[in-house]
Write a protein that binds this ligand. Sequence first.
Ligand code: SF4
Length: 265
Amino acid sequence: MHTSIASTPPRPPHDTAVRPGHITWNPWHGCHKISEGCRHCYVYRQDTLFERDAAVVHRTAAFNLPVRRSRDGRFQIPSGTTVLTCFTSDLLLPEADAWRPEVWEMMRLRHDLHFVFFTKRIDRLASLLPPDWGEGYDHVTIGCTVETQAMADRRLPIFGSLPIRHKWVICAPLLGPVDLSAYLDGSIEEVTAGGESGSEARICDFAWVLALRRQCIEHRTPFTFHQTGARLQKGGRVYRIPRSLQREQARRAGIDYMPADRPEP
Ligand code: SF4
């Protein structure tokens, strides 16, 4: 593993195992920190570089991106695209309550896309859902972020009780050992784990990652180690890994798991 930090292109704060064929849609930008996982938030780090204040939440120029059309009348985002939604904020942020109904409306209209969003505010979802949500929109995946056991025990009971068709658990940045066994009841489609990025990144212990993997195997839940983070502890040694290699090093670990009878999503 490498021991220097290289500069790399920006990536979303909730970086995870998203696959090729996707675009990012940030209808608003800016956020407020609410738990330990937010301490070195990517949005804040990036905005500081550009002398912006990430705590100022605002609608972006891309607000209506999913429903924009080209001159020939077709939608600019082609059918079948995965749309990573609100990756420079949190879709359930209170400051965005007035804007969110339009977002639901755009999602409803573009049922030919696959929307994915991650949140640390899952406790707010029930009161914010659109009237026709029912058991969930089939083309919307929601990831609940849990960076510690305390956050898992706070957020996942709520997550488990909600009508959501496609649920992921995002253990990133992984800040300690987390036992998800009580929550892997078959409703979770995927667990992903990753370390923290940035020059101040906290250590991610590979043993924590392997423990999550074991839990997923025991409960036949797909698991992805999507990136190592900048400081990975393994075998009593801490490795500094440049951002450009964090995904590749995780992939090379070869520990992703897919139950034999479940197709790749
Ligand atoms: S919820 Fe996400 S975007 Fe918001 S401050 Fe925390 S890490 Fe940053």
